[in-house]
Each structure stands twice: as structure tokens, then as C-alpha cells.
Design a protein around this ligand. Sequence first.
Ligand SMILES: [Fe+2]
Length: 225
Amino acid sequence: MIELQKLPFADKALEPFISEETIKYHYYKHHNAYVNKLNDLIEDTKYNEMSLSSIIRDSEGAMFNNAAQVFNHTFYWNSLSPEKLSPSGNLLKKINNDFGSLEALKEEFIKTGSTLFGSGWVWLVREPKGQLKLKQTENAHTPLSSYLVPIFVCDVWEHAYYIDFRNLRPKYLEEFWDHINWDFAEEAFNKTNNHTFIGTEPCNDIHDPFCQVLDEIQDKDRVTS
Ligand SMILES: [Fe+2]
């Protein structure tokens, strides 16, 4: 059984960027509905005992869509911070190396999110050889399927921003940038290096949001150089 992860902040903590009303719909209705639907689908199947990430990698159709959306939303909430934070240390160095500057990453992030057609997600990911890339995924698709390490994610389904921004997705992306949880991003980044991968071992605690990704990262087996 998969559980709805608790929000890492209070319902009003992100106001005025994200209103309590959006949280009521997005977290308590949409995210919760994916969890409930997934639990209906896995009941009395082999998937009932599997971790969320294993379900994502092993399923297709409705089960994949609901499982991926559960993971993507949990990662999204953890990517957000009520306070303005900044990247530092190794992550900032890598951003400067791979994008030129933090400002260049911001510009590319807003462009990537604005140009995604329809519903989906914009991720900062770490590729197998270590480089950082921005990646769009459509609908429920997730970097977990391709063994990329997610660093942060922005939900660009309309349900994420329509109440607060109407159709102004670029403005939502701009304000998202100022609410990135760089501490969370750095934790993900620091658990990887140029030769690590997300492994295929199931995690032991399916209720730990970090477990879905970070505890599966291994520095062997799938190494490329
Ligand atoms: Fe969403």
C-alpha cells in the first residue's frame, strides 16, 4: 500500500505564490486521488508489496500513470521552499560548469517550462555521466523510467497554477524559481557523483519520499565512463 506523503510545509506557507486554495485542490484532491487510485489498482497484485519506484519501472497504462504521478507530486512538494534559498557548494559549481551561470539556468528553465506543450513536468536531472540537464516529461512521465537522477521538479499541469496565475505559466515558472528548495536539491545532488546511477534495488521504506530515489543510488553496476 502506498501512502500520501505529508506536505513538507503548512497549507498557507507558500502564499501568495501558491494559495491555500491551490493546495486544497492540488495536494488534497489531485495528489490524493492518484494515491487512492493506485492503491485500488495494486490491491491483490504483486505490486502491493513493491516500492513506488519499482511499480513505476515495472508497470504501464493506468498503473504507471498513477504511480508516476504519486512520485512526481511528492518530489514536487519537496522541491518547494516557503523561504527563498540559493544553491551553493558543489551544486552551484556544477550549475556554473554545465549551464554557464545560475542566471543562464533560470532562463533555460523558464523557456523549457513555457515551451512544454500540454501537461507535464520540468526537471533538473543528473544524467548517467554526471552532467546536469533540464528535461521536459509529458503527462505522467518521470525521469525514474530512464534512470536519471531528479534534482528538482516543477509541475506545469494547469492544476498547479491556474487558480493563482490563470494562463500565465511563465509567471508561475518565474515565481517557482524563487521558491526552489535548494537544500533538497543539494541533498539529491550530493548523493550522486560523476559515476553514480539510480540503481534497480527496491528501497526498503516505501513511505520515505527520499527512499524512492536517493537510497537507490548506487555507485556500481550501471557505471558508464
Ligand atoms: Fe500536479
